[in-house]
Ligand binder design. Structure first.
Ligand code: PMV
Length: 346
């Protein structure tokens, strides 16, 4: 399908990027001003949960600018609307973009409607394409490329700012405007794997935009932001030292606290399902009985990310197949791991 598009528009210029999704270990939940986080966050970049985006562009034929968008071969009006708003925002920073019309094709490598948020990978891939146009037109320097891509991605989706870099990434320590890769972490964490256990493929019942705004008048927001700041400091140390026990404690506390915030906001909402709790219990008791270093985290949804080092992959795969699979939607899980960040597809 994508080949057909490129053949169709081969007289125009195009850029293509793939960008990974990421899973937050310290969660961003609550924002201020324009998409700036209330607390720092730390994420792990994924390897095989990716968005591939192809962006063709040409000088506008008239004053009227055209933007076309296809997701997995089909028109997607609601995403197109978001993209147009985002382009209008980018134009304020980089007026040169006003000169062009765009055709955008995008696809995810993870199964469609698996209940996995794709805004981080899709916004990172899209903004990398825009940055390629900006670089080609001498509006940005090579050395700032990924930092600017992170900043522009952040404007579309906060967590997308972290999808521009490999391995572990922080957002809100060096800068609130863009994310920065962590260079110093223990070899034990270099092979971290993430089994994404699909509890439900249903769409989220609340948008993350609405979720963030509920933190504004939340009775526990101050405690939450202080906890996240303290855990960020601790996790940086833990990642350097390879301290698994503290890693497990911090990561699980973060996941449960994120959901606790949702449960006691006004209005409140519960995104976990009974099977999310069942799986959390099974992971805890398997950890106790086996002594293996495994732990869970969750995004703003019911699915569980089971984190473990690669050296126990066989044991963990066996545990999932034997004990967890019956609680998963159609037995579905995605075998992912720590990843290397975006790649140009040209
Ligand atoms: O990037 P947003 O606005 O979709 O918010 C993401 C929020 C969480 O996924 C729950 C946490 C995070 O840091 O990724």
């Amino acid at each position: 399908m994508l080949v057909t598009m490129s053949q169709l528009f081969n007289k125009e210029k195009y850029f293509a990027w793939q960008a990974p999704s990421n899973i937050a270990l310290i969660k961003y939940w609550g924002k201020k001003h324009f998409q700036l986080p209330m607390n720092p966050s730390i994420s792990m970049t994924l390897d095989s949960s990716l968005t591939k985006t192809y962006l063709w562009y040409e000088k506008k034929a008239s004053e009227q600018r055209k933007v076309e968008f296809h997701f997995e071969g089909k028109e997607n009006p609601s995403f197109l609307k978001k993209i147009i708003l985002h382009i209008e925002l980018l134009e304020k920073k980089f007026p040169i973009l006003k000169k062009f019309s765009f055709k955008i094709e995008s696809e995810n490598t993870f199964p469609h409607s698996a209940g996995i948020a794709s805004s981080a990978s899709s916004m990172a891939a899209l903004n990398l394409c825009f940055c390629s146009i900006l670089k080609e037109n001498d509006c940005i320097e090579e050395s700032d490329f990924f930092q600017i891509a992170s900043e522009l991605s952040r404007l579309a989706s906060g967590s997308a700012s972290r999808s521009l870099f490999e391995s572990f990434v922080e957002w809100g320590i060096e800068s609130e405007k863009f994310a920065t890769p962590l260079h110093s972490y223990h070899e034990d964490f270099q092979t971290l794997c993430d089994a994404i256990l699909i509890i439900s493929k249903e769409e989220k019942s609340i948008s993350s935009r609405a979720g963030h705004s509920l933190m504004e008048n939340h009775p526990y927001s101050k405690v939450r932001y202080d906890n996240a700041k303290n855990r960020t400091k601790k996790l940086l140390k833990v990642l350097k030292e390879g301290d698994w026990q503290s890693f497990i404690r911090i990561v699980e506390q973060e996941a449960l606290e994120l959901h606790a915030m949702m449960m006691c906001s006004s209005p409140s909402f519960i995104l976990m399902k009974p099977n999310s709790l069942k799986i959390i219990e099974l992971i805890k008791s398997y950890r106790e009985s086996s002594g293996l270093n495994i732990c869970f985290t969750l995004d703003a949804g019911p699915n569980i990310h089971l984190l473990y080092p690669e050296k126990i992959k066989n044991e963990v795969s066996f545990f999932i197949e034997r004990e967890l699979k019956i609680f998963l939607d159609n037995g579905m899980w995605i075998d992912d791991k720590i990843g290397k960040g975006p790649i140009s597809l040209l």
